[in-house]
Design a binder for this molecule. Structure first.
Ligand SMILES: Cc1cc2nc3c(=O)[nH]c(=O)nc-3n(C[C@H](O)[C@H](O)[C@H](O)COP(=O)(O)OP(=O)(O)OC[C@H]3O[C@@H](n4cnc5c(N)ncnc54)[C@H](O)[C@@H]3O)c2cc1C
Length: 599
């Protein structure tokens, strides 16, 4: 194969004639796809082709340097939602990565696990073998944990438990060695309200206030992505990547997947390649259901409207879409510290000085992405508000059929009912939201346990036409109540003496408003329905509950076809998803190896 300079095994469309055969073809080279490909090619006898829609990034500052973070060049653009009915009919951008490495090349690098209960709920919903206890070895396997300098850790309230971490995995995980003075105000203010610091939020109890771990290599203070491992292993002759190419559908003989059809994004030339063992779909939670539907896997009635022949009538494909809702609360200050989380943007002298420090290998503001502060607060509902009982009652009363519409498949409704009863049961035991102040102009509120559900549906037979993406944001009114609760807690935090001393004055979304109805109207206006954490559109649940894959990631009603990305989660995780995507893909890789005697 050609050597294209960057890595040895990048191949071109022209090199794959019809009839080329690999053991495994991975559709989508994002976090899950590359993780699985990396593990499968540990065996030199196993051949793997990854087909990725996006290009290789160029290792530019916008990708590598946290403080220069700018994901736009490698996002799917323009990718928009359908009008969000409960948000006044507005359409919103849908951020997700389109590059070798997927989300891991464009994400904000926060790297943490969610509550144990959350993964245990996956198992309850049908994902046998995916509980917290089952996944913990895979969380460890995926990371190289780099503990912080002891003195720095003591000064900045960073605590951790090494027994829960891995020290030999592909993702370099570290804490930023730099922070702004405002973080101390935030920490003290939060703790003064009785919110507890978490010892190590990666211990299955991701609650309280804690310092965020990041996927950053501490030696270079640069991004650690899923691509890094591929670069390191580029000498593997059994591992090929075909970039800038769209998988347009899975090919079948009967119900057995035999390969894929793919299209070069440069000139639209179409071809096919065969997989002798398995086709593994990992195109992310928006595009995985698109590929499945285009391949004849989906609601037969819907596929028929586009003249697509059904291979497996799977009503759950593209259903159950979930994401985190984000609300930015902006402030001015009468007496904030300098520097703070806004200073890199607002003060060129400071930015230049910090860049020099960064380039010289010293702790610097360029070690931070700035989108969120170093600290985050994550809490169950009863710790956000005294109204948790009435909110749970509201959720219980809500009829999922009203949420999804009368035409929704019965299996999907049944699955949603099961999800809701678990979510309501655990609403005061697992984190339902998060809040972080970047010490500058911005507080971010994350609503992480939405009851609302959305969907991804193709409305054309071309892979180049974006599917209809509907988050259904706030279609369940419970979600607005939870959001309001977190927003009000944010006001409490910003009013504690530790933060009030900086003179914060709310600028958006609801300055000066006290009336609940009026505040909620403003929250709806300011809300974004996606925090780039789309998931759950090919859920690992029973088929009669709207599930799409079994607990071994295999697509129901087919042979030799699996899905390994965040699409398979029944429920969204409560923090940043990437650590869970890596862990789930590590597990999926073992399951795949196991079924072909490769373990
Ligand atoms: C801007 C942004 C910020 C984020 N910040 C954080 C954060 O700080 N912390 C955190 O934990 N998570 C964060 N995330 C989320 C996290 O990165 C994702 O949850 C994760 O990448 C999902 O992994 P995946 O393997 O399911 O899909 P992805 O990593 O998205 O990979 C899917 C890949 O498939 C490719 N693909 C799609 N269609 C096709 C096709 N037809 N043919 C071939 N290839 C295709 C895509 O181009 C993509 O590269 C962020 C995401 C974004 C976009």
């Amino acid at each position: 194969h050609l050597h294209l300079g960057r890595t040895a095994n990048v191949i071109e469309v022209s090199q794959l004639s019809n009839g080329t055969v690999y053991d495994f073809i991975v559709a989508g080279g994002g976090i899950a796809g590359l993780t699985v490909a990396d593990r499968l090619t540990e065996n030199p006898n196993v051949t793997v082709l990854v087909i990725e829609y996006g290009p290789f990034d160029k290792r530019e500052d916008a990708v590598m340097v946290p403080g220069a973070y700018f994901p736009v060049p490698y996002l799917w653009l323009p990718l928009m939602t359908t009008p969000q009915l409960a948000l006044g009919g507005t359409s919103y951008g849908v951020p997700c990565g389109r590059v070798v490495g997927g989300g891991s090349v464009v994400n904000a690098m926060f790297f943490h696990r969610s509550d144990a209960k959350l993964y245990d709920a996956w198992e309850e919903l049908g994902a046998t073998g995916w509980s917290w206890t089952d996944l913990l070895p895979y969380f460890k396997k995926s990371e190289t944990f780099n503990p912080p300098n002891a003195e720095y850790a003591a000064q900045h309230n960073i605590t951790w438990d090494e027994s829960l971490h891995g020290f030999d995995g592909p993702v370099q995980a570290s804490y930023a060695p730099y922070d702004y003075a405002g973080s101390e105000n935030f920490y003290n203010g939060v703790v003064s309200l009785g919110i507890q610091p978490a010892k190590d939020p990666n211990n299955g109890h991701a609650q309280g206030i804690f310092r965020l771990l990041r996927s950053v290599n501490p030696k270079t203070q640069t991004r650690s992505s899923a691509r890094v491992r591929y670069d390191r292993d580029a000498s593997r002759p059994n591992y090929h990547i075909l970039p800038s190419t769209a998988v347009s559908r899975v090919l079948f003989e009967g119900t057995t997947a035999t390969g894929v059809e793919y299209v070069a994004t440069s000139n639209g030339s179409k071809s096919t390649v065969q997989a002798s063992k398995e086709v593994i779909v990992a195109a992310g939670s928006v595009h995985t259901p698109q590929i499945l539907q285009l391949s004849g896997l989906g609601d037969a009635a819907q596929l028929k409207t586009l003249d697509i022949k059904t291979v497996s009538d799977l009503q759950g494909v593209g259903q159950n879409l979930q994401d985190h809702l984000v609300l930015k609360v902006n402030y001015n200050y009468t007496s904030n510290h300098f520097p703070n989380g806004g200073s890199l943007q607002s003060n060129t002298t400071y930015a230049n000085e910090q860049r020099k420090l960064y380039d010289g290998g010293n702790p610097s503001a360029y070690d931070l992405t700035g989108t969120t502060g170093n600290l985050i607060v994550q809490l169950p509902l009863s710790n956000w508000t005294t109204r948790s009982t009435s909110i749970a009652t509201l959720a219980r009363r809500f009829d999922p059929a009203a949420l999804l519409g009368a035409s929704s498949p019965e299996s999907v409704l049944r699955g949603l009912e099961k999800q809701r009863s678990i979510m309501i049961r655990d609403i005061n035991r697992e984190a339902v939201g998060g809040l972080s102040w970047n010490t500058g102009p911005e507080t971010s509120i994350y609503m992480t346990r939405p009851f609302s559900r959305g969907s991804v549906k193709i409305n054309s037979t071309s892979i180049f036409d974006a599917p209809l993406i509907d988050f259904g944001a706030l279609t369940d009114a419970t979600d607005l109540d939870i959001l309001y609760a977190i927003y009000m807690k944010n006001r409490d935090i910003m009013s504690t003496p530790d933060i009030a001393v900086l003179g914060p004055i709310e600028v958006t979304p609801a300055p000066g408003l006290e009336d609940e109805v009026a505040i909620k109207e403003e929250l709806i206006r300011a809300l974004a329905p996606s925090n780039a954490h789309q998931c759950c559109t090919a859920a690992m649940m029973a088929q009669e509950d709207g599930g799409v894959v079994d607990a071994q990631n295999r697509v129901y009603g087919t042979d030799r076809l699996s899905v390994v990305d965040a699409s398979v989660w029944p429920l969204i995780v409560s923090g940043g998803p990437q650590a869970s995507v890596y862990a789930g893909a590590e597990k999926a890789a073992d399951l795949v190896k196991n079924r072909y005697g490769l373990l």
